[in-house]
Ligand binder design. Structure first.
Ligand code: ADP
Ligand code: ASP
Ligand code: MG
Length: 406
């Protein structure tokens, strides 16, 4: 007997028929004698619709009200799955974040989980053999209002719940059969990985591989949660996220990820003096805007151009923040470009092998793709390119690093 957390993403609960399929999978685990908690996402497309409505009414909306709106999707699916389970004879009840409670910090729209009260859930699993069906993505903030964990946050709910319940496994069911060398929806030759290291998965997630939310991997690594990614539609084994020493054959490049979620901002003719970067990035940080890639040109006439990327969703707030400090800083103008995308190659093998970056630059050059910004870490190289080239770039790099399936 094991205690497991099963998480089902939006596509897996997209309609009543699929919820029935999920209930059948949960029943199988219960019938095998396991104690089960389930975490569900909103039905496919629902969160996007809710976000779009908030945007439509006000691009600079109140994050607390945004959370009140977008948290509703998960409430629907948790209730529906509990009904589907009860219908096939499985003892189950739904739980919203505030009822458990799942306590988070107060960063509405991108809150972090602080604590989860697991005792009552464990008691019910033990004594009543009751399945807890928990809303993903949401929690309770210190202001006693509902918070959400950022897009893709149900993965993090699941891993955090697994840690709180001391579960033996956290199974993340999704619409692909596991973690692939790149997004299988854009590269048909992508290969499923049997195992991937926490570190590589963390880096891939942070540069755009949507299959797991970055924080869920961070948390799994810290709390030693055994995470498996697998399909809710197939019976095939999935991908295990493991420590580096569990992987025998280490590839130079584990995978390639891309993101269309960033926008590029250029500030022209910024005075080139000490403290200028702090004067720009300080206010952006205070506005909780995550700046990613940054380049500063050499100064010619005492001024310089500064280019960096921010999440597309934060672009209006970033522009407003920069407009507010124009006088104080004395730059000439700001320009924003939404038609950019970032492609990244990730692998722990990079630590000990040179040449990964140059292969990337050569491959893109051969395709006539211009590189706008470059950034690197110990196990990753990222470049910013025109959005229209993203699929071409990912496919070419996948081939160049020998990742294509036979
Ligand atoms: P869910 O709704 O189940 O959380 P997501 O859409 O958040 O599902 O994540 C699964 C999707 O992640 C896949 O459909 C796939 O298009 C995308 N994806 C991106 N990179 C990868 C990768 N390296 N391996 C697998 N899937 C990936
Ligand atoms: N429904 C939320 C989203 O789409 C959370 C999730 O699915 O993980 O971002
Ligand atoms: Mg997801």
């Amino acid at each position: 007997m094991a205690r497991i957390v099963m998480k089902f993403g939006g596509t897996s609960v997209a309609d009543p028929e699929r919820i029935r399929n999920v209930a059948a999978r949960v029943k199988r685990e219960v019938d095998a004698g396991n104690e089960v908690a389930v975490v569900v996402s909103a039905m496919a497309g629902v969160t996007n619709q809710l976000v779009a409505w908030c945007q439509e009414l006000s691009p600079l909306h109140d994050a607390r009200e945004y959370d009140a709106v977008v948290a509703t999707g998960e409430q629907v699916t948790s209730g529906l799955l509990a009904i589907a389970l009860q219908h096939i004879g499985i003892e189950a009840r739904s739980w919203q974040g505030w009822q458990i409670p799942i306590r988070t910090d107060g960063a509405h729209g991108k809150a972090r989980i602080d604590t989860i009260e697991g005792a009552e859930l464990i008691r019910r699993m033990r004594e009543l053999r009751q399945v807890a069906v928990v809303t993903g993505f949401q929690g309770l903030g210190p202001d006693h209002r509902v918070t959400t964990l950022g897009r893709g946050g149900s993965d993090t709910s699941a891993v955090a719940l697994a840690a709180a319940l001391a579960a033996d496994r956290c199974d993340i069911y999704t619409d692909v059969e596991g973690v692939f060398t790149t997004d299988p929806r854009i590269v048909a030759k992508a290969r499923k990985l049997d195992k991937i290291t926490y570190e590589e998965m963390l880096e891939l997630a942070s540069v755009g591989a949507k299959v797991l939310q970055t924080r869920s991997v961070e948390l799994a690594m810290k709390e030693k949660v055994r995470v498996q990614v697998l399909s809710s539609f197939a019976e095939a084994p999935g991908t295990l996220v493991v420590d580096e020493d569990e992987i025998v054959e280490k590839a130079l490049v584990a995978g390639i990820a891309y993101s269309r979620d960033e926008a590029k901002i250029t500030i022209r003719r910024v005075p080139d003096r000490p403290g200028i970067a702090a004067a720009i990035f300080g206010p952006l940080a205070s506005a909780a805007i995550n700046v990613d890639m940054i380049v500063q040109n050499v100064a010619a006439d005492g001024t310089t151009d500064m280019t960096f990327t921010v999440p597309k969703a934060d672009l209006p707030r970033a522009e407003a923040t920069l407009a507010g400090i124009k006088e104080a800083i004395g730059y000439a103008e700001i320009t924003a470009d939404r038609d950019v995308a970032k492609v990244s190659v990730v692998g722990v093998g990079m630590r000990s092998h040179a040449g990964v970056a140059s292969t990337m630059f050569r491959t893109l050059a051969e395709k006539g793709i211009n590189i706008q910004v470059i950034s690197t870490s110990e196990i990753k190289v990222s470049v910013l390119i025109g959005a229209e080239y993203i699929e071409l770039a990912v496919r070419a790099l996948h081939t160049a690093y020998g990742l294509d399936a036979a």
